[in-house]
Design a protein around this ligand. Structure first.
Ligand SMILES: [Ca+2]
Ligand SMILES: [Ca+2]
Ligand SMILES: [Ca+2]
Ligand SMILES: [Ca+2]
Length: 307
């Protein structure tokens, strides 16, 4: 029996009482995919240096349908490793499905850690967000950890950047990625939801960034207990041709390659630094790969998106 959890808007619009939380201390939403058809996914990020057990912590998430003011919350399970993610995808997997049952994209099938909410029932359809439904992450019975959109508001088709003359919808047919500088979720219902404040907007059906997240919570001091090198590459997507590398191990050099494998830029001897700013040629846009090697001989590869 599914656990139904309908909580009144009065609780969700309460401010102050539950809004204290230190940076990098609990899970938040790192990516939101509202693509075409059934391509819907939510990525959660653990910004702490300890594993978090979603079941033990009583985490739940789901949508507030069309501004109803009563988010439908589905209990979630799984363990998220330190600085790791967990990807939840709408459970449409029948390859022969048609119409409302059309299966999600193969790339989503491949990257999902958990499939949720296979059957649509209007009164309890937490994962069937379609742009004008705020999405909420809750812990226990009374702690909001994050909100996309505004509970109790139907913005029309989707939320947009206030003042944008084109009013392009950010929460419908779009992928949203939390900026690296964001270190906790939105802890209380906003007066106005401005998606541009904390999110980067990518085209519909962009799935390449699911399964990893770059966050400033990962700093060398906080990962020094790891034996394996940890590397933060941010911002990603890259803005203005600049990105930063941060690690708990000494970085010796790096190389950036295009998606087709041609070398874009390379530095051999950085003098064993733990932090380095990389400048890319201005013309660089699209998908790239960076290889970083360390003083101890280990190497890490990461995918980059430049816009
Ligand atoms: Ca859609
Ligand atoms: Ca809706
Ligand atoms: Ca609407
Ligand atoms: Ca991601």
């Amino acid at each position: 029996m599914k656990c139904f959890l309908l909580v009144s808007v009065a609780f969700f619009t309460a401010t102050g009482a539950f809004s204290q939380q230190a940076d990098c201390s609990d899970i938040f939403i790192s990516e939101y995919v509202e693509g075409t058809q059934n391509n819907k996914a939510i990525e959660l990020y653990n910004p702490t240096n300890q594993p978090i057990d979603l079941n033990a912590g009583d985490y739940k998430m789901g949508r507030d349908r069309d501004g109803a003011g009563n988010p439908m919350l589905l209990p979630i399970t799984g363990i998220i490793e330190p600085y790791g993610t967990r990807v939840f995808v709408l459970d449409k997997r029948n390859p022969n499905g048609t119409g409302n049952e059309v299966p999600v994209d193969d790339q989503l099938l491949a990257v999902a850690d958990t499939f949720l909410n296979p059957v649509y029932v209007q009164s309890f359809s937490p994962m069937y967000f379609n742009g004008d439904d705020s999405f909420v992450l809750v812990k226990g019975t009374a702690t909001i950890l994050d909100i996309i959109g505004k509970i109790g508001e139907d913005p029309g088709g989707g939320w947009w950047e206030p003042g944008d003359p084109n009013t392009a919808w950010w929460t419908e047919d779009n992928t949203l990625i939390r900026r690296a500088a964001v270190k906790k979720g939105v802890l209380s219902n906003p007066g106005v939801f401005d998606p541009s404040a904390e999110w980067d907007s990518l085209p519909a059906n962009t799935f390449d960034n699911l399964g990893t997240h770059t966050c400033d919570c990962l700093i060398p001091e906080s990962v020094s207990e790891f034996n394996e090198p940890e590397l933060a590459v941010f911002p990603n997507p890259i803005a203005q041709g600049e990105l930063s590398l941060k690690s708990n191990k000494e970085i010796r050099g790096y190389a950036v390659y295009s998606a087709s494998g041609s070398l874009v830029t390379r530095r051999e001897e950085l003098g064993n630094v733990r932090y380095y700013s990389v400048a890319l040629p201005e013309a660089v846009t699209g998908v790239y790969f960076i290889e970083v090697w360390f003083a101890d001989g280990s190497r890490i590869h990461r995918k980059l998106l430049a816009r």
